[in-house]
Every structure is written in C-alpha cells, then in structure tokens.
Design a protein around this ligand. Sequence first.
Ligand SMILES: [Fe+2]
Ligand SMILES: [Fe+2]
Length: 454
Amino acid sequence: VTEVAVPARDARPGGRWSTPSLVEDVLHLAAVERAVAHVTAGWVPKVPELDAKLRLADGLEGAMARAVALREHARTLLERDDEALRADPAWVEPLRALDRSADPVAVVDGVVDDAGAFLAARYRDLAGQLDPLYDARLLATVHTAVDALARRAGQPGPVAASLGAGRSSGPAEAAPLDALVWAPVDRVPVPARPAGRRRPLPGAMGHLRIGSRRELHNVAGELNENVTAELCALELLCRCAYEHPELAWSTQLGMARHAADESRHAAMFRRLLAERGIDEAGLPQHATNYELAYEFPDCEPGSGKELVWRLLLLCTVLEALAIDKIPPEIATLDWLDQPDIARALDYIAADELFHVDHGLRLTRELCAEHGLDPVLERELVHGRFFGRQRDLRSRYLEADPERAAQEIAALAGPDPDGVPFQSRTERELRRRVSFTEAEIDQVDRWGYNPRSAG
Ligand SMILES: [Fe+2]
Ligand SMILES: [Fe+2]
C-alpha cells in the first residue's frame, strides 16, 4: 500500500485560514490585551487624580473581556490544544517596562492613549483581512474592539512603536499564554489620592453629620464618603487581580467586571456632587477601608490566604452589609425628596447583589483550594478589620476628650429629620446571592441590624 502524504494545510495557497498569520495575530492581540489589563489593575490605586484614575479603570473590563474572547478564538483555531496557546514575552515587554515606571501620568497616557491606539490599528488591519462568513465570530469581537477603542484611545506614541517592533520580531521564544503576565512589581498598602485635599485624622469619621440631611454640607459629605467607599472597593479589587496573575483568565474577568462597576459607582456619586455645584477639592479624602483590608498580620503578604481575606471582607462582609443598609437608605432619600440620589442607589443596590454573589462563589473556590473554611475565615477577618477600626477610633477619642464629647453628643442626639426607616438583615436577598442560612445567622449575630425573624 502506498501512503500518500497528507498535504500540509498551512502550505495551501493563501495559507490554512483566511489570512496566513491568523492564529498568531489572535494570540498576539490576546497577549497585549491581557498585559494592558494587568498594568491597568496594578496602577489604578497608584494614580492620584480621580479623573485619571477612573479613566484608566474604565479600560480594565474591556481589555480583560477581549483577552478572554481572543484566547477562546485562538483555542478554537488550535483545535482546543491548550499546549499550543503560546505567546512571545517580547510582545508585551513595552507594557512590562511601563509597569516599572514611576510616573502615573505616563502610565495612564501610555496605556489608554498609546497602547489603545496600537490595538485599535491592529484590530482595524485584522478586520480588513477576515472572511465575514468563516471568521464571523472573531469578526464580531474585532468590531466591538474597534468601536470601544475608537471611543477611548488617543494618538500612537512610543508604546505603540515598541509594541509594533516587539510583534515583528517574530515568535522567537514562545511561553505559555496563561503565564505571560509578570509577577507584581510592588505592593500598595496606601493608595494614591489627590494632592492638596484634607485627610481626616486616623479614627475620625469621614463625615460627621451635624444638622439635617437636607443641608447641602451634609449631602456633600455623604456623597463624598460614598465616592471614597467606591474607590476603595475598586482599588482593592484591582490589586487582588494584579497581585495574583496566576488566577485563571475567567476569574480575572469576573474581578474586572466587579471593579468596573465600582469605577462607575464612583463616577455616579461624583456626578451627583457636580450637579449640585459642589467642588470636591474642598472635601476630605482618605482610603481607610482599603488600608484596613489590604494586609493583615495574620496573613503572609502576597499569599493565597491574604487574597481570601481581602475578598471575604470586601465582598462577603462589607458589600453584604450594604445589601441590608441600602434599602432603608433609598427609602430615606425618597422620603427626604432627593430622588436623584435614591435612583443612583437603586442602580448600585442591584449591582451589589452581583458583587456579593460573585465574591461568595469566588471565595468558596479559593477556600477549597487552600483548605480554609469560609465561615470561620470570615469570622476572623471580620474581627480583625472592625477591631482595627475600633482601635483607631478609641485612640482618636482618647486623644482629645473635649472633641470626643462633642462628637458623641452629635451622634447620640435626636435625628433632626426624624427618619423612620431601619435596616434589617435582608435574609431573602442574601439567599438569592447564595448565602447559606448559617451564614445569614452569622451576620445576624454580629448585630449590625436588629435581629431578623428568619
Ligand atoms: Fe459600589
Ligand atoms: Fe460593590
């Protein structure tokens, strides 16, 4: 029997696919998008100015979503051979260099404008080469990318030039795509905040409400505290993503989506401030929730347990408490005739359910991986976080007894607005986001709400 050699498909006139370098083009774009998401996540907490911080953050989910989609397109073309998902580290070296920069402005411009322009041009080139029928799915991803980047990117500059040079050097050294992004270059225990804005003393309340909630200074103070809480959530998630590049891309995408919500929430509260003509420059700034949840004496820095503690605290303690606290807050705002803020909170409350749901599932997975019990670890991190908060508060109060007496009187005095709404443990909402009955009893026991009936 004479065996006839099977013709090499790549040797076909025009190549195997619609364009000869299709697989490599897709792997290259996946690699660059993943690296853009990585630099973005690492840097959001390090950018001081809020407009720039949120502009950078707003690219995270899109970049990670495109990276995941492109990885999947490549996997399809490679007949689901995960071993063949490879990329040249030189492709992303310019972004790695940018990550080592010390200049936040250079990083934001380099990632958003410059790398964005490079990607937009690559996607446009690819769109021109694809077959509308054979490559229909890939083309849909590419068109979405072209639209998204056209709205965001600026002019190509040095980053685009070196990304282009890295690509044309060819796949000299192909590393596994999933291991392409680098280990974190630093830790960020204190995130950057705008220069020149007052910072409350440790242990002071971010906003001490004196007088009616209808007064503009109180509206401003509370909106500003909300901006702060959203920024802290955004920044902590970003660092969780960046400091753990070993997490699966699908996990990274979940965190990016969650972070994108927090970025949008911060923008919502900033818009409500601007619509009232309130200048943020006169309002205090801090990052207490981030700082108290970033690292713990109980966890080795950078460890899986530290990641679990951060996520348990943020997603399953603080954001879960928001599930209980937001409904009476919305009722109060409607009742006080502040419907624009009430509507913003309605949107945020809906997102919060996703955040808790996502956080519960993710921490259960991570706990299983590290041999930890999520209910016990939640109890421990809850104690550690609020214990630190209480210690800071005690030291602040003890430092100035007269000031302490005034603040306590303001907090204990009658509510001038007579707000009739009270929080409760939202058992049904908590069930919907996958809390077990034992976990709902756990929060009930902590006593932040009057005990619920079950
Ligand atoms: Fe939020
Ligand atoms: Fe949230």
